[in-house]
Design a protein around this ligand. Structure first.
Ligand SMILES: CC(=O)SCCNC(=O)CCNC(=O)[C@H](O)C(C)(C)COP(=O)(O)OP(=O)(O)OC[C@H]1O[C@@H](n2cnc3c(N)ncnc32)[C@H](O)[C@@H]1OP(=O)(O)O
Ligand SMILES: CC(C)C(=O)C(=O)O
Length: 519
């Protein structure tokens, strides 16, 4: 298999992301991480940019062992000297000299003729060679440049000693077939079998950076320039994790391999996310939160039966936890049953079906449930208490300057009962309305409300203790709405009270209500 070099430019092009400025310790830690990841080349910075950037590249060159340490330089002597000085302590060092290729860059930005750019490029590659044998040459914006000029530029760069020629699609203008064809022509018409690496550097302005880089590999490139999480100027660069995993997962197709220790990928992604403050989108390939999660019932059912139904790679291979089944409104019974079994609940089928309906009802309004929320739901609903009283409807009003008022419609053994009450707050109003509907006046000994996972979006879990005469009963209720959870907890306690009496000497409801009313 062909070896593809991974040239990581997180610390140079990646740091050019608007709003990102990494400190020296952060860059050093990222560089050490990149060495552990197994990248071949680290582009550590652009030393002429600032004293801070110089020092950073210099410290990385001193301290980070393994990869080639590379510094960027424009086609001028001052840049090259600064780059050479910064990387001098490295065991393996590279200077990356760049110019521009497109007419618009030459005319408006460099304000030079093509002949001047050719001359300067040749002279500056030669100059960089005085400091290191390993010189890379790039001409920005090759996709929008005249091919004959691009060809001449890279020919002079190779003649001057460039050992790697990089073809940057600086503006992300290329499409895979076109970019691949450019790389092929460079291979056939410029490199012509010489010992020079062809490198790809693609930007993601049209969302094609990864596809373009891979098209380059298919057509002769042996180096990919990329960044962790695809960060970089504007829409970013080719994402390291994407090209590496594409080459690995589709090695049957590309017949090429990298030296990346893939199990380090996720850790690096999180480190770069944390230090740059650039949050990885949930649906980002390989490293996004959802990349190995399944929510819909049909997918979950398939994955439970055989992971290969919906997974082309294992999460573990990129250093993540095994794929997770997210329990939300799209989930099915098989995934629900499995999740409960993993939590240690093996419920009878009928109970599981009822619980599933309640779960769907909650997930429909709240979204996916976390493990602790699922556990709370099961614990509050799975105990086989006969539902003598249950909520049909619940409505309440409260607010500053208003009388808290609640109306409940309950299913009771006497049929549907609707009552309204005023209270000191919405929960008090609901409890008074329920008490009237069930014709019992329990004393509330304890009322506790908690957010199951500690966030405001979490399920609310309410625990109550009610005293009915001599008997103390506990009830639990969960719901995204804490007033509803409170009503459920109250009725749960009442139903348990009734069930507890029934297990000894079944009283009639009239007896229970008479007892409750008397207490
Ligand atoms: C596609 C890329 O990612 S390229 C790398 C981009 N990275 C950066 O720009 C890093 C941050 N940059 C900086 O700190 C500054 O721009 C510096 C230190 C590099 C230069 O700063 P200044 O000297 O103030 O120049 P300024 O940024 O205003 O303009 C850039 C100059 O570089 C010239 N230039 C641009 N590319 C090249 C090149 N490849 N070779 C030679 N000169 C170049 C421009 O023509 C312009 O020259 P001018 O001042 O004669 O008009
Ligand atoms: C310096 C070059 C390689 C670059 O970053 C670009 O053209 O995008």
């Amino acid at each position: 298999m062909r070896h593809i070099r991974i040239f990581d430019t997180t610390l140079r092009d990646g740091e050019q992301s608007p709003g990102v400025a990494l400190s020296v310790p952060q860059k050093l830690e990222i560089a050490h991480g990149l060495a552990r990841l197994g990248v071949d080349i680290i582009e550590a910075g652009f030393p002429i940019t600032s004293q801070g950037d110089f020092e950073c590249v210099n410290r990385i060159a001193r301290e980070v062992k393994g990869p080639v340490i590379c510094a960027l330089a424009r086609t001028n002597k001052a840049d090259i000297e600064r780059a050479a000085e910064a990387i001098a302590p490295a065991e393996k060092r590279r200077i990356h000299v760049f110019t521009s290729a497109s007419r618009v860059h030459l005319e408006y930005m460099l304000r030079k003729t093509p002949e001047e750019v050719l001359e300067l490029s040749e002279a500056m590659v030669r100059y960089a060679k005085e400091f290191t044998d390993d010189v890379e040459f790039s001409a920005q914006d090759v996709m929008r440049a005249d091919f004959d000029f691009v060809k001449r530029l890279y020919e002079v760069a190779i003649a001057a000693g460039a050992t790697t020629i990089n073809l940057p699609d600086t503006t992300g203008y290329g499409v895979p077939q076109e970019y691949g064809a450019l790389i092929r022509r460079i291979r056939d018409e410029v490199v012509r079998g010489r010992d020079v690496h062809i490198s790809v550097h693609c930007h993601d302005d049209l969302g094609m950076a990864t596809a373009n880089a891979l098209a380059g590999v298919e057509n002769g490139a042996t180096q990919i320039e990329c960044t962790i999480n695809g960060i970089g100027e504007r829409a970013g660069n080719t994402a390291l994790e994407e090209v590496v995993m594409a080459l690995y997962t589709r090695r049957d197709h590309y017949r090429a391999e990298t030296r990346i220790h893939t199990r380090e990928i996720y850790r690096m992604s999180r480190m770069v996310e944390r230090y740059t403050g650039m949050v990885v989108q949930p649906n980002k390939a390989i490293v996004g939160d959802n990349a190995f999660a399944h929510e819909s019932g049909i997918h979950q059912d398939g994955v439970i039966k055989n992971k290969e139904t919906y997974e082309i790679m294992n999460a573990e291979i990129v250093g993540r936890q095994a794929a997770v089944l997210v329990l939300g409104k799209h989930s099915g019974r098989n995934a629900f049953r499995k999740a409960l079994a993993e939590l240690g609940f093996n419920l009878p089928e009928e109970q599981l079906q009822n619980l599933f309906l309640r779960f769907k009802e909650i997930a429909d309004t709240k979204g996916a449930l976390e493990t602790d929320e699922l556990r709370a739901l099961v614990e509050s609903e799975s105990v086989n208490t006969p539902q003598l009283f249950s909520i049909e409807q619940l409505q309440f009003f409260s607010g500053y300057g208003m009388l808290p008022t609640a109306t409940v419609r309950l299913k009771t053994p006497k049929g549907e009962v609707t009552t309204t009450a005023i209270g000191d707050g919405p929960v008090d109003a609901v409890y008074k309305a329920i008490s009237e509907a069930i014709e019992l006046q329990p004393e509330l000994e304890l009322y506790r409300v908690e957010s199951v996972t500690g966030s405001t979006e979490a399920l609310g879990e309410v625990t109550v203790k009610l005293r009915l005469g001599e008997v103390l009963t506990t009830g639990h209720g969960v719901s995204p709405d804490i007033i509803e959870a409170s009503a459920r907890a109250y009725l749960d306690a009442v139903n348990r009270f009734v069930a507890g009496q029934a297990s000894k000497h079944p009283p009639s409801l009239d007896e229970v209500q008479a007892k409750g009313a008397a207490s």
